[in-house]
Design a protein around this ligand. Structure first.
Ligand SMILES: Nc1ncnc2c1ncn2[C@@H]1O[C@H](COP(=O)(O)OP(=O)(O)OP(=O)(O)O)[C@@H](O)[C@H]1O
Length: 197
């Protein structure tokens, strides 16, 4: 279980939330309401007050890289640190297996990052976070750049991860996607999460 305790940064919070393993919580809200600020706090990417626990283990008691391998933020616009796609993935065989699942060509690992389209980057950033250590995916508009078919493929893969016990926090501007994927739906407004029916 993922539990946030009085998380607070800027105008967001304090937020106390519990999300079971294998369940998906969606967060909608106006642009600028603080959805990314919230996900980035949970991933311990920015200074904040409060804490996050994963199965009782506190983020504050763990080295940040270890926490982020378990609780991984997938940004709407991803960062890349090598010219080629392949070196961003520790397990080349696992990547080859996952590529067709999101509609990507089998040789994408050999491609230059510079040639990737927005939607290709977005899908690869998601796959990059899906390591064996990952327990929680913090997804910031994961299908915003995708066509309907690619969106469907990504949602299928996310459902599979959920069934395997991964926890998802899904920020989306698509209320229908929230209905399709989430077990609980929230709106972030005035720095607080309000549950939707
Ligand atoms: N480091 C910072 N210092 C000051 N203000 C910040 C900082 N980071 C974010 N903000 C502000 O906090 C607000 C919320 O930003 P955030 O990116 O979380 O919005 P969002 O809800 O994800 O919006 P969108 O749907 O447009 O992506 C914005 O007004 C942003 O300018």
């Amino acid at each position: 279980m993922l539990a946030t305790k009085q998380l607070h940064r800027l105008h967001v919070g304090p937020i106390t939330l519990q999300v079971d393993g294998g369940s998906c919580v969606s967060i909608v809200g106006r642009s600028g309401s603080g959805k990314s600020v919230l996900l980035r706090m949970i991933a311990d990417l920015d200074p904040h007050e409060g804490d996050v626990l994963l199965d009782g283990e506190a983020c504050s008691g763990m080295p940040a890289p270890q926490w982020r391998r378990r609780v991984s933020y997938v940004a709407a616009a991803s960062g890349w640190w090598n010219d080629k796609v392949g070196p961003h993935f520790r397990d080349a065989a696992a990547l080859r297996e996952l590529l067709p699942r999101v509609g990507l060509a089998p040789d994408v690992g050999e491609w230059e990052v510079a040639r990737l389209s927005t939607g290709e980057r977005q899908r690869l950033a998601l796959l990059r976070a899906m390591t064996p250590e990952n327990r929680v995916l913090l997804l910031d508009e994961p299908t915003s750049g995708l066509d309907a078919e690619s969106t469907w493929l990504v949602e299928e893969l996310l459902r599979e991860r959920l069934a395997q016990g991964t926890t998802l926090l899904l920020v989306t501007h698509d209320p229908q996607q929230a209905v399709r994927l989430a077990h609980r739906r929230y709106r972030l407004a005035d720095g607080q999460l309000q549950e939707s029916s």
